[in-house]
Design a protein around this ligand. Structure first.
Ligand SMILES: Nc1ncnc2c1ncn2[C@@H]1O[C@H](COP(=O)(O)OP(=O)(O)OP(=O)(O)O)[C@@H](O)[C@H]1O
Length: 866
């Protein structure tokens, strides 16, 4: 504390602490309030909508801004500040103010930031809240660590920029920390959407990081975790642990493991694919995502795991089959599944409850919940051990019901304990002799007061005599004015009310001291006993946490079984060959979105690298091309997470990567409609394909002029065909010129989606059929839109000319097209309408015209006719 300062001692203390946390809002506990001062107060009052006042700090500094709120409202206000993007340091009183000599000792007990949140209000129960650390090496190697402090899950990974980006986009950390001098690079490589915080360079040092990890896990090497050769990953993980300590989070005993996220273990989907397939979000609230359709889990642990499974599908056929077989068993054994779901549901969020044990933030009600959860876990263990399925048996064996501590909790904690231990009544009778005695005194003392009241009433004849209590002078005897004259002289008057007087007696005071003394002692003793129990509970963190992970897996398996029954999904056959064969397959999300009475038309799909590697898919707008492409990818993905699939039969080859690319104009709402983006995205496929990849191209090339688009689409298809690794590809397009590819390349096949014209209407049959379609669908749609027949005839005419020209030359000049034979006799050649249409047509540069623009031009012409 600076001597000679004119600030009050309290403000000097505030200044000294604030200096250590300059970029955080300091919530400074003063009595029953958390106060903020100066700039912090201005921000806090704005964010929380609380009053901003001034406070006199001492002679020199004058007045400073002040904003505060009662201490019991901390949870509510803290999460608002953090949600608004602020870092908040909570500064508490570190000693009992009554016992303090001079100014109360204060210190920051916790720093809360978006990535380090344990408060339920800041967390979504079905999503992880990851803090990520990222380390950049001089080569293209990135080390990443992801830690969810609210569950104890800790992952580490290493890879190139694309992998780093994919993990960041997939796990969506709430906060990313990295080295201060990498600020520019981080923004260039990963964008500006993440909440970030930068740290000093010295923290990103391998020896320092290794030391941090070894100390934390209390091991001699990192070999046991299989991460010792992930040099950059270890640095990132070490930095994350350091950051937790720096932000006053020393109690990390629930972080018991660190897992390696190996790129090669998972089916790869880049972020365009995750977005295009609408796995997690659709961009519209009333549309379902795949996750929403699939998520019938019954616990938050299961919901969080399902999300991870969806984003990181397996590539190991044995592990996938293990899940599929367990799901099959749970479908057949409905009772087993229902019992498991019922029990898992009652267990609560074990992972998040456990994370509150190390800092002793777990309350008596949570502890009781945990003990009940352990009882349920024991029953789950029994059910799984009796199951006729190896994987379920193994999962059952992994559950540890921790009987000792569960029984101890049941023995010591009351059936319905209070939320806060200092409210009293958390510890059962019979746990401590001393506590029982004190409770007898407290309740016996109260009885004694009742006896005094009765005795004095009889002796004095004051029939209205009452014993009451207030905080100013404790217990008192209250006498209404009509009985005032009967009051004995030995009573001491303390208060006069409108119609009564209040008195105390020495006897009353004596018992009062006994009672209140006992009550204080009871609370102290209960807190002590509770604390002892929690200390013991700390030894069980690892097994309880492991139970949480096992329950999450069981929840997901039961959920898959339930989905299979409810949605009529079938077991896929994973194989190590390359053919993909689906019988009567459906789109899992669209079929759930259909209105009553509508039915999803199923389709057979075959992709075989030796004969039908690439399918060119044509069909009118809205016929179902994109749906067919996506259902192929989604079924492949579902099979790789161990789920049954929406198809009567599905032979799925082990797949290493799924790529989907959508032609730019489909992405207009995402603000990424440039052709450049489309080409960038497609280029990354070309550079990453393998024999086991599945590629979906939806109208690639349409972001540029027709001829450019066709040429690019053509050459991409040709490249994929001749690439040597024969990746399976579905290519939806409106360019029926691409049907020519089938003639030239042996493994490219044309398919179309059927439809039927009935009068003025088009009926979508939505069946996949061999052969390309040759229709000019744009003109067809114009006809459906009600354009005049003459105009449609003329459009067909122009189209024919264009097609003839195209066959002869690729450099069509619209100016050279023969002037139309005027059939639009309704116009006088010299009329203004005719002139306007002519000018419009002459100004069209067909080379640059996309199909959508052509439609809009037709619409413009129609407008001129009115
Ligand atoms: N097999 C099907 N059964 C029932 N409805 C379907 C089917 N396929 C698609 N649909 C419905 O048709 C709509 C349009 O499908 P989709 O977007 O796949 O058409 P598209 O041919 O790709 O159209 P465009 O060429 O305009 O992009 C879907 O949103 C869905 O509601």
């Amino acid at each position: 504390m600076a001597k000679g300062s004119d600030d009050t001692p309290l403000m000097q203390q505030h200044k000294a602490i604030k200096q250590k946390y300059p970029d955080a809002i300091l919530l400074f506990r003063v009595g029953d309030f958390y106060e903020t001062f100066g700039a912090d107060a201005i921000t806090t009052s704005q964010v929380l909508g609380i009053t901003l006042t001034k406070r006199n700090n001492g002679a020199a500094s004058g007045a400073s801004e002040l904003a505060g709120f009662p201490h019991h409202a901390l949870d509510t206000y803290l999460h608002k500040l953090v949600k608004a993007g602020y870092r908040v340091a909570v500064c508490d009183q570190l000693e009992d103010p009554k016992a303090a000599k001079g100014i109360v000792k204060r210190g920051v007990t916790e720093m809360v930031t978006p990535g380090i949140a344990t408060n339920e209000k800041l967390l979504e129960h079905n999503s992880n809240n990851f803090l990520a650390g990222i380390h950049f090496s001089s080569e293209d190697v990135y080390g990443l660590a992801f830690l969810d402090i609210s569950t104890g899950e800790f992952f580490v990974a290493e890879g190139n920029q694309e992998y780093a980006d994919k993990l960041l986009q997939t796990l969506k950390p709430a906060e990313v920390i990295y080295q201060r001098n990498n600020q520019k690079t981080f923004k260039e490589k990963f964008g500006t959407k993440f909440y970030t915080y930068t740290l000093d360079a010295w923290i990103f040092d391998e020896a320092f990081a290794t030391d941090n990890l070894l100390k934390h896990f209390q091991t001699h090497s990192l070999k046991g975790f299989g991460i010792e050769n992930l040099h950059c990953g270890v640095i990132a993980a070490g930095a994350v642990l350091h950051y937790l300590k720096e932000t006053e989070h020393p109690n990390l005993q629930h972080i018991t493991n660190i897992q390696r996220l190996e790129k090669e273990d998972y089916l790869w989907m880049d972020r365009f694919t995750i977005r295009n397939l609408e796995l997690l979000n659709t961009g519209s609230d009333d549309q379902l995502s795949l996750l929403k359709v699939l998520d019938n889990t019954v616990s938050p642990m299961g919901a969080r795991l399902l999300k991870r499974w969806l984003l990181l599908p397996l590539k190991d056929i044995n592990k996938i089959n293990e899940r599929l077989n367990a799901v099959e068993y749970l479908i057949l054994q409905t009772d087993v599944r229902k019992q498991l779901q019922q029990l898992i549901k009652q267990c609560g969020d074990i992972e998040r409850l456990v994370s509150r044990i190390p800092g002793k933030k777990i309350n008596p009600r949570d502890v009781m919940h945990l003990a009940k959860g352990l009882h349920h876990a024991e029953q789950i263990k029994k059910i799984c051990s009796n199951a006729n399925n190896e994987y379920l048996k193994r999962l059952g064996a992994a559950i540890n019901p921790c009987n000792y501590i569960a029984e101890k909790i049941f023995d010591e904690i009351t059936e319905t304990p209070p939320v806060a231990v200092n409210k009293g009544g958390a510890i059962k009778n019979g746990v401590s002799k001393e506590l029982d005695e004190l409770r007898n005194i407290a309740s016996g003392g109260k009885q004694y007061l009742i006896n005094i009241q009765q005795r004095e009433t009889e002796e004095t004849g004051i029939t209205s005599l009452k014993i009451g209590f207030n905080n100013v002078f404790g217990y008192y005897l209250e006498v209404t004015n009509s009985h005032k004259n009967k009051v004995p002289v030995s009573w001491i008057r303390k208060q006069t009310l409108a119609n009564a007087e209040r008195y105390i007696t020495p006897e009353l005071k004596e018992y009062e001291e006994k009672i209140t003394g006992a009550e204080d002692k009871i609370l102290q003793l209960e807190t002590l006993l509770y604390d002892k129990l929690i200390t013991e509970l700390q030894d069980f963190i690892a097994p309880i946490q492991n139970n949480g992970s096992v329950l999450a897996v069981l929840d997901c398996l039961c959920c898959f079984a339930q989905n299979a029954i409810q949605y009529n999904y079938k077991k896929p056959q994973l194989h190590e060959g390359f053919e993909l064969e689906l019988k009567a397959s459906r789109h899992p999300v669209i079929e759930r979105n259909l209105s009553a009475g509508e039915q999803y038309i199923s389709n057979d799909i075959l992709l075989d690298p030796s004969s039908q590697q690439i399918i060119i898919l044509t069909g009118p707008n809205m016929s179902g091309k994109s749906a067919l492409l996506r259902q192929t990818a989604l079924i492949t993905l579902l099979a790789h997470i161990g789920s049954f699939v929406p198809a009567d039969e599905a032979k799925i080859p082990l797949t290493d990567k799924i790529f989907t690319r959508v032609g730019a104009s489909d992405n207009l709402s995402g603000g990424e409609s440039t052709f450049m983006v489309e080409m960038n995205e497609t280029a990354s496929i070309i550079n990453n394909i393998s024999q086991r990849s599945l590629i979906l191209l939806d109208e690639i090339g349409r972001g540029t002029s027709t001829y450019d688009g066709i040429s690019i689409a053509w050459s991409i298809a040709e490249f994929l065909h001749n690439s040597g690794c024969a990746p399976k590809t579905l290519f939806a397009t409106h360019y029926h010129e691409l049907n020519e590819l089938e003639v030239k390349f042996s493994r490219i096949k044309n398919y179309h989606i059927t439809n039927k014209e009935v009068g003025n209407r088009i009926i979508f049959l939505r069946k996949l059929a061999p052969g390309g379609s040759t229709h000019s669908f744009g003109i067809h749609v114009a006809k459906m839109a009600g354009m005049p027949p003459q105009l449609i005839d003329r459009a067909n005419d122009v189209l024919k000319q264009l097609e003839t020209k195209q066959e002869g030359s690729h450099n069509i000049n619209t100016k050279k097209i023969t002037a139309p034979q005027m059939q639009l006799s309704i116009f006088d050649e010299h009329s203004t309408t005719f002139a306007a249409i002519r000018e419009l047509l002459e100004n069209i540069d067909i080379n640059r015209l996309t199909p959508v623009e052509a439609l809009m031009k037709l619409n413009e012409i129609k407008g001129l006719l009115k």
